[in-house]
Design a protein around this ligand. Structure first.
Ligand code: FES
Length: 149
């Protein structure tokens, strides 16, 4: 009984995986399965919490070491694409000099992913906006509104 239930669940998961690959491509699928940089960060240098027009909320945490972004992480209560895009935003930021991060915009995130379906393009721009807001917060980390809650 549970054996056939397991088989059913495996088949269902495989169908979902194939549908995601068909719709979003391999790059998005890999990141959806393994979103790097996910999670909260203790004592970030900069933090932002942004709610997009879709109603989803994303958080990005940045740590500065000298002039470099040494670490980044994110959380999101949004769609799978929001996690994928936030993950890419963090990946693009880590190791960059502080002044290079403003170049990371929605288009840069979309480029890494090889594009997204039209309905999901805004997820990349939400990730970029959250990253840039966290970068701004690095310059005024004591602002209470920009501390993690
Ligand atoms: Fe809101 Fe993707 S639908 S971030």
């Amino acid at each position: 009984m549970s054996h056939s239930l397991d088989e059913f669940a495996d088949r269902l998961q495989e169908e979902i995986n194939q549908e995601v690959i068909q719709t979003y491509g391999e790059k998005v699928y890999e990141r959806w399965r393994n979103p790097r940089f996910m999670g909260r960060m203790e004592d970030p240098t900069g933090y932002a919490r942004v709610t997009g027009s879709c109603g989803d909320t994303m958080e990005i945490f940045l740590r500065l070491q000298g002039e470099l972004i040494s670490d980044a992480s994110f959380t999101t209560d949004g769609c799978g694409c929001s996690a994928v895009c936030a993950s890419v935003a963090c990946e693009l930021a880590v190791g960059k000099k502080f002044e290079e991060v403003p170049d990371i915009d929605g288009e840069a995130i979309l480029k890494v992913l090889g594009g997204l379906p039209e309905d999901d393009v805004h997820c990349a721009f939400l990730a970029a906006e959250t990253l840039q807001t966290a970068l701004d917060a690095c310059m005024s980390p004591e602002k209470p509104s920009q501390r993690p809650r």
